[in-house]
Ligand binder design. Structure first.
Ligand SMILES: [Mg+2]
Length: 260
């Protein structure tokens, strides 16, 4: 199936990076991404990691290719810095608007955050993660425990539908319902004037669903190790569910969509 592919949006952990495998990166996938970049395709890593954790991941796993853009914390959009010491700079005013929306959300009088934290501390063994003063998210002891917590949040957010979360296995980040990997990808696409039809996206977990449901990327894909919910969403969007895992699966999906 040959399509014109001009922007890749790939998750990092569990999609390109196979933590428990050797090698961690699939060499064919890395080579193909590099080859596509030389042909003018742009590549964004779209991850739940912060900028710092993504940078250290790229170094630790010795990535042979480098992204053109990064989307971090499931919501912030960065381009390479034009000057200064930092490698990345906010692209447009999205990150600022995003930070403001979150501040308003968490500090609003009807915020359900306190109720959620109370539940987590009283009824579960999960730990609240703080970023500076504010609670940023949670880490549960098991997937089952996180299922219990997300059920609680799903009920609580009926009172405050704008309050949402991004889940990645036993990790969860609190967020505004309007900000997620899909929305951030849409903003990047708007800034570089990239039509949805030319965007490929790949991910493996709950927090990738928003960029894999076909709304923002016409070519969604997932590796074989993706959770069932991801495979279902990719299939429903007419995307590609790979036979192979991690980077090898992304490689397979890229070949499928580029017709190489
Ligand atoms: Mg992942």
């Amino acid at each position: 199936m040959q399509r014109e592919l001009r922007l890749l949006s790939t998750d990092f952990d569990g999609t390109l990076v196979a933590h428990d495998s050797n090698p961690v990166l699939d060499p064919n996938c890395m080579r193909l991404i590099g080859e596509l970049q030389r042909r003018g395709v742009l590549w964004a890593i779209n991850t739940g990691r912060s900028v710092e954790l993504l940078e250290s991941g790229l170094l630790d796993f010795e990535f042979p290719v480098h992204p053109d853009f990064i989307v971090t914390s499931e919501r912030d959009v960065f381009r390479p810095a034009r000057n200064g010491k930092l490698r990345w700079e906010p692209f447009g005013d999205w990150n600022e608007r995003c930070a403001q929306a979150h501040e308003e959300l968490f500090n609003s009088p009807e915020s359900i955050l306190a109720e959620i934290i109370h539940f987590v501390n009283q009824k579960t063994g999960a730990r609240v993660i703080y970023l500076g003063e504010g609670p940023e998210g949670l880490v549960a002891q098991s997937e089952q425990e996180m299922d219990l917590i997300t059920r609680f949040i799903d009920r609580a957010r009926e009172k405050q539908p704008q309050f949402h979360y991004q889940r990645n296995s036993v990790y969860l980040r609190f967020c505004h319902a309007d900000y997620h990997k899909g929305a951030a990808l849409a903003e990047l696409a708007r800034l570089i004037q990239m039509p949805r039809e030319q965007i490929f996206a790949a991910g493996d977990h709950h927090n990738d669903l928003s960029m894999l449901d076909g709304r923002f990327a016409a070519m969604p894909a997932c590796p074989a190790n993706a959770i069932i919910a991801v495979k279902e969403v990719v299939r429903a969007a007419g995307g590609y569910v790979a036979q192979r895992e991690f980077g090898a699966g992304v490689h397979e999906a890229l070949l499928y969509f580029t017709g190489d």
